[in-house]
Design a protein around this ligand. Structure first.
Ligand SMILES: *[C@@H]1O[C@H](CO)[C@@H](O)[C@H](O)[C@H]1NC(C)=O
Ligand SMILES: *[C@@H]1O[C@H](CO)[C@@H](O)[C@H](O)[C@H]1NC(C)=O
Ligand SMILES: *[C@@H]1O[C@H](CO)[C@@H](O)[C@H](O)[C@H]1NC(C)=O
Ligand SMILES: *[C@@H]1O[C@H](CO)[C@@H](O)[C@H](O)[C@H]1NC(C)=O
Length: 333
């Protein structure tokens, strides 16, 4: 074969491997920024409001663009929202951005500040970036999640303090991107599983702040994620990043098979405050953490390093329920 034919074959192969989604699936409502086409919606909220609030399964397809709005989803029946992308398998080619910039103080609560607020069961989101652009200073949520059987696939979540509120219900975050600095994956009763994500740290702080308040079924289980230093990190980030601190007494967080290149503090885990530590009932556990960011780690006594057999007890099934295969998109697991 000539080099040109070989190159053509390689290009063909990579195009085939990266599945694209560039047109609406049959039956989907269509959102397109600036559209004047009859039947299409100029923003996502308008499409969401157009859906019947009944038990039927519905979908929405969004063309590329930045949509400056908060999106609040409550309809009762199953809903799937698809973002336009040339590569469904990852967040990297996402072209749909939902952007708002409310702080919790301005909005009245953490949930009310969310750029995307999911208050429904049976919801899937594919290849959409969700951003809270408020910046540093106070709580400002990108995604506020309260539903059961909710899957977020190849999505990007961007914020600074409290980016991702996994507050209630069973939920999976797969092959996506999560960015922040302070307590940026947090919540109370969420049963959440995070797999194959890139987690980017942009300032000194804590990746998680579990606010579990009793020995309930909630936990945050992470498997196979990478924690990196984000672009333009705040000054003084190096040595001041931790996997988590306990927002409440029963915080429960497990990180398995994590590669950490962000420059962590050697303690890896943190108390809430020195004068209010909240460490008596927590589980802060790890298995097989590697990477340049955790060299020389010296964990405190309240951190747990799991054996292989102990780690095997924390799976997607134990995190979100043994029926997970009936609602999680297996192509992202
Ligand atoms: C969304 O579109 C609807 C209908 O065109 C409009 O009434 C509404 O103001 C828009 N919302 C935002 C947040 O742009
Ligand atoms: C849809 O119905 C549910 C109850 O079935 C209700 O809680 C929710 O507010 C309704 N949403 C809308 C947009 O009317
Ligand atoms: C929490 O509940 C589980 C069962 O759901 C039990 O196995 C465990 O011992 C309890 N832990 C504490 C600290 O009470
Ligand atoms: C440890 O984690 C790395 C990164 O996810 C993975 O490649 C490796 O197979 C894991 N090792 C074990 C023993 O599970």
């Amino acid at each position: 074969m000539t080099p040109r034919i070989i190159i053509s074959l390689l290009l063909f192969t990579s195009t085939v491997l990266a599945a694209s989604r560039t047109s609406p699936p049959s039956g989907a409502l269509v959102v397109r920024a600036g559209t004047s086409t009859s039947g299409e919606y100029r923003n996502i909220s308008a499409a969401v409001q157009a859906l019947p609030n009944d038990s039927s399964s519905r979908s929405i397809f969004i063309y590329p663009g930045t949509y400056n709005e908060q999106v609040y989803i409550t309809r009762s029946g199953p809903l799937t929202i698809y973002g336009y992308t040339s590569d469904t398998s990852s967040y990297r080619s996402n072209q749909v951005n939902i952007v708002a910039s409310l702080s919790a103080q301005q909005a009245g609560s953490n949930d009310a500040s969310g750029t995307l607020r999911i208050h429904k069961d049976n919801f899937k989101l594919y290849n959409v970036n969700v951003k809270n652009g408020y910046g540093a200073g106070t709580q400002a949520i990108a995604i506020s999640q309260y539903g059961n059987k909710v899957g977020l696939y190849g999505c990007g979540f961007y914020g600074y303090q409290d980016t991702l509120l996994a507050n209630q219900g069973t939920q999976v975050y797969l092959k996506g991107y999560i960015e922040g600095a302070t307590d940026f994956i947090f919540g109370r009763q969420g049963l959440a599983y995070f797999g194959g994500n890139t987690i980017a740290v942009t300032g000194p702080g804590w990746v998680t702040a579990s606010g579990r308040q009793s020995n309930d079924s909630g936990s945050y289980v992470f498997d196979g994620n990478t924690i990196v230093l984000g672009s333009n990190p705040a000054a003084g980030t190096s040595g001041k990043v931790y996997l988590g601190r306990p927002w409440d007494q029963y915080a429960k967080v497990v990180f398995k098979n994590t590669v950490i290149t962000a420059p962590f503090n050697k303690a890896i885990w943190s108390v809430w405050h020195d004068d209010e530590q909240r460490i008596d009932h927590i589980l802060f556990a790890e298995y097989n953490t590697t990477g340049s960011g955790v060299q020389g780690a010296a964990r405190p006594s309240f951190a747990t390093v799991l054996s292989a057999s102990q780690a095997a007890q924390y799976t997607i099934g134990t995190a979100v329920g043994s029926d997970y295969a009936s609602w999680v998109d297996a192509s992202y697991v």
